[in-house]
Design a protein around this ligand. Sequence first.
Ligand code: NAG
Ligand code: NAG
Ligand code: NAG
Ligand code: NAG
Ligand code: NAG
Ligand code: NAG
Ligand code: NAG
Ligand code: NAG
Ligand code: NAG
Ligand code: NAG
Ligand code: NAG
Ligand code: NAG
Length: 818
Amino acid sequence: MLSQAFLGAWLLLAAPSLATDTCKAPINHPGEPFSYVQPRNTTILTPYGDSPAVLPSPNITGNGGWEDALKKAKKFVNQLTLEEKSWMATGQPGPCVGNVLPIPRLNFTGLCLQNGPQCVQQGDYSSVFISSVSAAASWDRQLLYDRAHAMAEEHKAKGTHVILGPIGGPLGRSPYDGRTWEGFAADPYLTGVCMEETINGMQDAGVQANAKHFIANEQETQRNPTYAPDANATTYIQDSVSANINDRTLHEIYMWPFANAVRANVASAMCSYNRLNGSHSCQNSYLLNHLLKGELGFQGYVMSDWGATHSGVSSVESGMDMTMPGGFTLYGELWTEGSYLGKNLTRAVKNGTVEMTRLDDMIARIMTPYFWLGQEKNYPSVDASVGPLNVDSAPDTWLYDWQFTGETSRDVRANHSAMIREHGASSTVLLKNERNALPLRKPRNIVIAGNDAGPLTQGPNLQADFEYGHLAGSSGSGSCRFSFLSTPLDAINARARKDGSLVQSYLNNTLLTTSALTSPLWIPQQPDVCLVFLKSFAAEGEDRTSLDLDWNGNAVVEAVASHCNNTVVITNSGGVNVMPFADHPNVTAILAQHYAGEESGNAIADVLYGDVNPSGKLPYVIAYNESDYNAPLTTGVETNGTFDWQSWFDEELEVGYRYFDAHNISVRYEFGFGLSYTTYGLKDLKAKSSAPSNLTALPAKRATQPGGNPALWETVYTLEAEVSNTGDIDGYAVPQLYLEFPTSTPAGTPPSQLRGFDKIWLTAGEKQTVTFDLMRRDVSYWDVVAQDWRIPSGSFTFKAGFSSRDFHANATATLIKA
Ligand SMILES: *[C@@H]1O[C@H](CO)[C@@H](O)[C@H](O)[C@H]1NC(C)=O
Ligand SMILES: *[C@@H]1O[C@H](CO)[C@@H](O)[C@H](O)[C@H]1NC(C)=O
Ligand SMILES: *[C@@H]1O[C@H](CO)[C@@H](O)[C@H](O)[C@H]1NC(C)=O
Ligand SMILES: *[C@@H]1O[C@H](CO)[C@@H](O)[C@H](O)[C@H]1NC(C)=O
Ligand SMILES: *[C@@H]1O[C@H](CO)[C@@H](O)[C@H](O)[C@H]1NC(C)=O
Ligand SMILES: *[C@@H]1O[C@H](CO)[C@@H](O)[C@H](O)[C@H]1NC(C)=O
Ligand SMILES: *[C@@H]1O[C@H](CO)[C@@H](O)[C@H](O)[C@H]1NC(C)=O
Ligand SMILES: *[C@@H]1O[C@H](CO)[C@@H](O)[C@H](O)[C@H]1NC(C)=O
Ligand SMILES: *[C@@H]1O[C@H](CO)[C@@H](O)[C@H](O)[C@H]1NC(C)=O
Ligand SMILES: *[C@@H]1O[C@H](CO)[C@@H](O)[C@H](O)[C@H]1NC(C)=O
Ligand SMILES: *[C@@H]1O[C@H](CO)[C@@H](O)[C@H](O)[C@H]1NC(C)=O
Ligand SMILES: *[C@@H]1O[C@H](CO)[C@@H](O)[C@H](O)[C@H]1NC(C)=O
């Protein structure tokens, strides 16, 4: 998704003369333009570079509970003219970031597509929820659901029909990716759970969700083709990066969370900017027709990312159902006519190149979720206030006379703030806590340091990195407009006033780190605690170049810690920070709060002061050194070939902790790690009953439902363990289950893979049983020959504990005899 922040970049992306003939046969073979994988060794073309054409595009069937809605959709389609059908598949400039025109004749008021994953991006008087990476760090299914439901209520009240989220990729193959904070965890299982809960929350509130970005949009660098910098950006130079991924990795890592999304009946999916195995995602028929609509049984519609469509007929035949922003291409500041779909699609149907049945299926897919969610009945109108905030298509670019009805600038926040505050605290990860530093006990003398502690200085809608101000969201299409922001400075000052503490704040990082600062600024008295707030900005459009804290953050910590023996560091970052200061003896505590939304300050104060016992867990690995991470982004391609941007996912399944575990690399804080103010125990991991004796290695072939073969989603084995609160403070335990697959599993299988977790409230001293239900897919690997999920023979080791490296109890079992 593009946003106003990328208007400049947009000009370089959306050139229509990316001269793919709209009427060429679908392009999916190596050697063809836009589908060419540069062979790095011409004697080995597979398993990469193989994206065969799969045609025709499957029709929607209505399987899985959509039958009635499909009937209504078909009835609707039957009343449309060819022109109306073409334009419904083609976006238009308008008040929302994506717009499908109304058809008043049929009482259809159009579709409003809005960003994004953390808020109503174009929303005044709306809430800013915790970011997706924060939500993942909560490891809390209920939180994920509640957050999505409340966010969707706000969207609905503003007239949004389709929320452009949640994000199942980027998954975080590389911690440098600029958008990992818009997504969830560097793990397919946890991300899959997050996708499912979020989609259920959104759609239960009556708003369509959109699973994006399909697929493997794992870097921002060269995500789109580059064009010569002429005035109209029409000279094409190099194609977008191709993510080259083998079949097993695609299934077990990148597609996994999207399978959960489809199973949750997600209304739409967004094909991504990058190419996959040589073909643009939006015209990759293997990806869209075979995998998404075929194997996963997806019943909704595929929409393009903004400007990700590079052909007409090819994209349509390959399974794309809607192009966005569509209809018109942005030239400078004006929208002028021209789309690969729109009138071109009408013409292509008229002259027989595209079958009417394909176009009918596109519209049936678009309208089925609409009827399924009852959006035809009394749906709120689009709030006129969103229009002027939409810089993607500012009001002077609109060609349709949008009639706004209903109240303008509706306050849609309800009482969500209280929930957002709870969520901000529940998702905070306590990484270090020594010498009883936390929780604070009425400190008399507090220092607040760091440029991340104070108020926003650059306006309510974060557009780019900024030096002074608290980072509780970020920019790009996932950005938010704060109606208010609770900062750490406000929240701690408020507490301090109640406690009668002294507060000294030093928010200027430069001042703190200049050599002039040879003696503490806060003399004569040694502070009881120094709270250092630091940040890392990450956003759409570019990747990170460093995993250090921004604005000289490491030096700020050193400077404060050299004068303060109780230094507590709080980070607000999009994802990974390496933390060279973590071993400093005066750094007594570290918390990672990520981007925590509008109640960020109150939420962190709740944790620091012990009103909330922290329970967040890392959704990625914090390594000792930046150089410890694998899978570097593809950057700095210096050759000039059109297709030279190739990103080889050679690490295969070794993504995130899977890599560190496979190579026994020590890490500073492992995946799944996070401290509490109490301690927990876990023991007696055992099977609830033995594996069914009639379990087959391959699933029975059953009719495809949304999510694929329903047999994959059936519980085949259940374990349980006793988990206890062994300390004297109540809190949430997060027991986790990891699987070590049998040795019969093909090479490259990671030593530990998350396959279960729960979040359980335990009062001091309390014990409870935690249950881990394993579905067939959880205990299977993708067999590339059988083209199916296979349970390997031999002994599994099940490892349960409180992180990916902290196992308290193990169990073994054979599910399939050799
Ligand atoms: C290409 O792969 C073949 C088969 O593995 C190998 O024999 C050959 O040396 C490789 N060539 C290059 C240039 O790497
Ligand atoms: C889709 O349905 C139409 C009838 O509505 C049929 O003509 C067409 O062959 C079907 N396409 C596929 C791929 O099954
Ligand atoms: C549109 O709505 C009006 C008023 O509710 C109704 O009379 C009419 O039948 C509707 N038209 C269609 C095509 O559904
Ligand atoms: C850019 O496009 C406009 C509108 O089509 C045209 O008038 C102008 O000549 C073009 N400029 C260049 C440098 O191609
Ligand atoms: C048809 O598509 C071409 C690009 O292939 C574009 O230049 C042209 O403007 C389109 N025509 C219409 C009417 O949208
Ligand atoms: C059909 O229409 C399309 C879209 O305008 C055009 O590109 C194509 O050349 C036409 N094909 C034939 C066979 O006329
Ligand atoms: C921050 O401190 C530096 C060094 O003392 C100073 O040059 C700079 O002007 C200060 N910035 C602000 C915004 O006061
Ligand atoms: C820790 O802080 C104390 C001041 O309380 C200071 O004297 C000491 O040098 C600091 N230690 C380090 C390693 O910086
Ligand atoms: C810091 O030093 C003071 C003495 O200056 C001592 O009383 C206090 O316990 C120390 N704090 C920590 C966390 O070690
Ligand atoms: C790439 O193109 C530029 C400009 O045409 C040229 O200067 C450069 O030598 C080329 N680089 C390579 C590796 O061919
Ligand atoms: C396996 O056995 C159970 C009863 O133990 C039965 O319910 C199930 O249908 C059987 N599955 C197959 C595939 O035969
Ligand atoms: C469980 O297994 C892992 C790896 O196989 C081992 O490191 C760990 O010590 C075991 N833990 C227990 C409690 O048996």
